[in-house]
Ligand binder design. Structure first.
Ligand SMILES: Nc1nc2c(c(=O)[nH]1)N[C@H]1C(S)=C(S)[C@@H](COP(=O)(O)O)O[C@H]1N2
Ligand SMILES: [Mo]
Length: 254
């Protein structure tokens, strides 16, 4: 099964990286610190235990320009073929709209231009994929907290669900979700730029999530809409994300 292969590959890579001492200086910066942490946290700790050890408000480490990886390795979907998405690519995302709907007092709709006109945050962070590799990139985007401030989630809203344009090999759409703590974290961005350039299609154009306290699969690319919800039951198989529906942890803390 794909899931087991990913987990096995992850463990093998982690152990190899920790034991062999074969990493270059640059790889060492990105790989060695997080690998044991991921084993301890995402795979073995409950969400509650993790929140005590690393409260949700803690900031993810930010790096310097010199640490930025030459290539931000794309993974998962890299070139969605849905006709609607192809049409958006073809016109440079001029017709793209980010709709914010669900349990909000005020539904919202933004063009990319409108998102770019809002105050932005830029951060250089490390992306850790569960397959056992990391890359460091510079992200610019709008804080999700700012969007939520405008949309005003109702009392019942407990989750922010991200809908995506791409479908996976099994035909299911990619989707993700986070809780309200992560949604309001200052480093949680709707990112439209990577390394000072418009986000490439391979990395999730025109808009992708950065949720810096969590693993790679939480970083939804190709975001087509945001929905505030009281429960995850109505989405996919109800476990909060495409990979979560196949058994991955919903809270993938690092
Ligand atoms: N929509 C969508 N988002 C996604 C994925 C995907 O396949 N589709 N893959 C996830 C995984 S497993 C990783 S590691 C990162 C990869 O982001 P990148 O392509 O910018 O490296 O995106 C995540 N978000
Ligand atoms: Mo990943």
């Amino acid at each position: 099964m794909k899931l087991m292969n990913r987990r096995r590959r992850f463990l093998r890579n982690t152990l190899a990286a920790a034991g062999a001492g074969l990493l270059s200086g640059c790889d060492r910066l990105s790989d060695t610190e997080w690998a044991p942490k991921v084993l301890d946290s995402a795979e073995h700790l409950t969400h509650a235990a993790q929140r005590v050890l690393a409260p949700p408000s803690a900031m993810a480490r930010e790096f310097s320009e010199a640490d930025i990886s030459p290539v931000f390795r794309p993974n998962g979907s890299t070139d969605p073929q849905a006709p609607h998405y192809r049409a958006l690519v073809a016109d440079g995302f001029r017709d793209y709209r980010l709709n914010v709907v669900g349990l909000v007092e005020q539904s919202l709709s933004f063009s990319l231009e409108q998102l770019r006109a809002l105050p932005s945050r830029t951060q250089i962070t490390r992306h850790d994929c569960v397959e056992g590799w990391s890359v460091i990139g510079k992200w610019t985007g709008v804080q999700l907290a700012r969007i939520l401030q405008m949309a005003k989630p109702t009392q019942r809203a407990r989750f922010v669900v991200f809908h995506c344009f791409d479908t996976m090999d099994d035909g299911r759409p990619y989707y993700e979700s986070i809780g309200m703590d992560d949604a309001h974290h200052p480093q949680t961005l709707l990112a439209y730029a990577l390394n000072d350039k418009p986000l490439p299609v391979a990395n999730g154009a025109p808009l992708r999530m950065r949720i810096e306290r969590q693993l790679g699969y939480k970083q939804a690319k190709y975001v087509s809409g945001i929905e505030l919800a009281a429960s995850l039951a109505g989405f996919g198989n109800g476990r909060g994300g495409y990979w979560e529906d196949q058994g991955y942890e919903w809270y993938a803390g690092i």
